[in-house]
Design a protein around this ligand. Structure first.
Ligand code: AMP
Ligand code: ZN
Length: 464
């Protein structure tokens, strides 16, 4: 299997450290708000990666954190803690906020058929481990205490920018130009491992440490959780492209300084979901959540289909037109699959040819849109229905589009839209264009809408 590796900036053969086992770490959500469908794009693509690794026979050990402390509004130790802000906004405690949005996150991921990783660890549950790592970094001379905080000294490592094309001159205080300066930092790119003399006196959650009452920085969480549950050698680490710098860059610096050897071989990053204003983000009022799509009448898996239709390394533009297109294609595809005859038949000889087509697509840097083409090609083929169903079921272990799951495909049309079609059909009948009238009736039927001509006119029923 070939995958793009952000570390080497090349598409490479994926070879895990231990034969047959993949240790996979995923940066989890910061649970201060609902996950938007941009976040969920990243989790869908990571889910596909995990499921495909399993499909080709690996045992995957996957760990994900839940960020419930330390993630500031600026990624470079500037701004305020996102959790604290949210608790204030909602007049709740930080832990209540974390619990509420964590549960909501898993409800949303379930609606999109994203499998919950085997091990999910809230950052606040491993404070002692971060303290241990930070103490060792201090002992080894990779960290220093200044103004009460503990900082990682990026000048102590040779290749801090290993994951990025940044160079130190591009950076002001590690990340952006509008970042407030922290005069305690010896080098621009240094970052906080532990806050004690906090600029946030109202920080709700604080823990005792050798450096005083305080709390961990965001980056140390992921290193600590990953090393505790997956050991010193990680195969693949995932996240959205905005995690590359500074989050993953800092994770590499501190983990390798702590361990004294290379930590993770492959870095997998998913490009943004954008809307017309640019990157979808939680702080942007227009961020869309799955429930909004469902309320508008979309099947949640139409969004999954939309994500799979594009490559994970390409930005994806969200618009309702695009989603309409995806929903149309998805429901048509599902309807076709559900019509296949389930009667058992001998498997066609071409079975493995289509399996190969699917594998070639996925082996080629997870080309999910070509993998979908394999599904369409199976349907178009001359193989018997039973073989087609078996192949599609197999591919769907990875795609997770519920293609063979019996369900009533509910209409995504609103009542006024259906009425418009009825008017059009009546006009067609008046003009004796019976072909068009029939086509409108059949198109609606495919969407689960049954038209009935009565003496009072045409009425419709939604197929149950
Ligand atoms: P957060 O909850 O903000 O920590 O983000 C959770 C995950 O979503 C991270 O892996 C981010 O990189 C990713 N992410 C954030 N915004 C987007 C976006 N617009 N498109 C795709 N992934 C995103
Ligand atoms: Zn992380």
């Amino acid at each position: 299997m070939k995958l793009y590796n952000t570390l080497t900036k090349k598409i490479e053969d994926f070879v895990p450290n231990n034969e047959g086992i993949v240790k996979m770490y995923t940066c989890g959500p910061t649970v201060y708000h609902f996950a938007h469908i941009g976040n969920l794009r990243t989790y869908i693509c990571e889910d596909i990666l995990e499921k495909y690794l399993k499909y080709v026979g690996y045992k995957v050990e996957r760990v994900m954190n839940i960020t419930d402390v330390g993630h500031l509004t600026g990624d470079s130790d500037d701004g305020t803690d996102k959790m604290v802000n949210s608790a204030k906004r909602e007049h709740k405690s930080v832990l209540d906020i974390a619990k509420f949005y964590t549960n909501k996150f898993f409800e949303d991921t379930e609606k999109l058929n994203i499998r919950k990783p085997d091990t999910v660890i809230p950052a606040t549950s491993l404070i002692d481990d971060y303290i241990k790592i930070i103490s060792k970094l201090l002992d080894k001379g990779y960290a220093y205490i200044n103004g009460g905080n503990v900082y990682f000294d990026t000048s102590k490592i040779d290749n801090y920018y290993v994951l990025t094309n940044h160079n130190v001159d591009d950076l002001i205080d590690g990340v952006r130009e509008d970042v407030e300066r922290d005069d305690n930092k010896k080098n621009k790119a240094d970052f906080v491992l532990w806050f004690t003399k906090s600029k946030f006196d109202d920080q709700e959650l604080k823990w005792e440490s050798p450096w005083g009452l305080g709390y961990p920085g965001w980056h140390i969480e992921c290193s600590g959780i990953s090393m505790k549950y997956l050991g010193e050698y990680l195969d693949i680490h995932c996240g959205g492209v905005d995690n590359i710098f500074p989050h993953h860059t800092n994770e590499i610096a501190q983990s390798e300084a702590y361990l004294g050897h290379k930590w993770c071989n492959y870095w997998f990053h998913v490009e943004y979901l954008n809307d017309i204003n640019g990157k979808m983000s939680k702080s942007n009022g227009d961020a869309l959540i799955v429930d909004t799509l469902i309320k508008k009448g979309y099947h949640p898996l139409s969004y999954r289909y939309m994500v799979l239709s594009s490559h994970y390394q390409k930005p994806l533009l969200f618009s309702y037109d695009n989603l309409d297109g995806a929903e149309n294609a998805y429901l048509k595809l599902k309807t076709k699959v559900l019509k296949l005859n389930k009667e058992e038949m001998p498997l066609s000889e071409e079975y493995s040819k289509y399996q190969e087509q699917f594998k070639n697509a996925m082996d080629n840097n997870l080309n999910t849109s070509l993998a979908l083409t394999a599904v369409y090609d199976v349907l178009k083929s001359t193989m018997n229905d039973y073989t087609k169903l078996k192949l599609i079921k197999e591919f769907d272990e990875v795609l997770s589009l519920d293609l063979t799951k019996e369900e009533v495909i509910e209409s995504s049309l609103r009542e006024d839209e259906i009425q418009e079609f009825i008017v059009k059909r009546n006009e067609a009948k008046k003009n004796k264009d019976y072909a068009l009238a029939d086509q409108i009736r059949n198109d609606l039927l495919e969407k689960g809408i049954i038209l009935k001509d009565t003496r009072e006119g045409t009425i419709f029923e939604i197929k149950k």
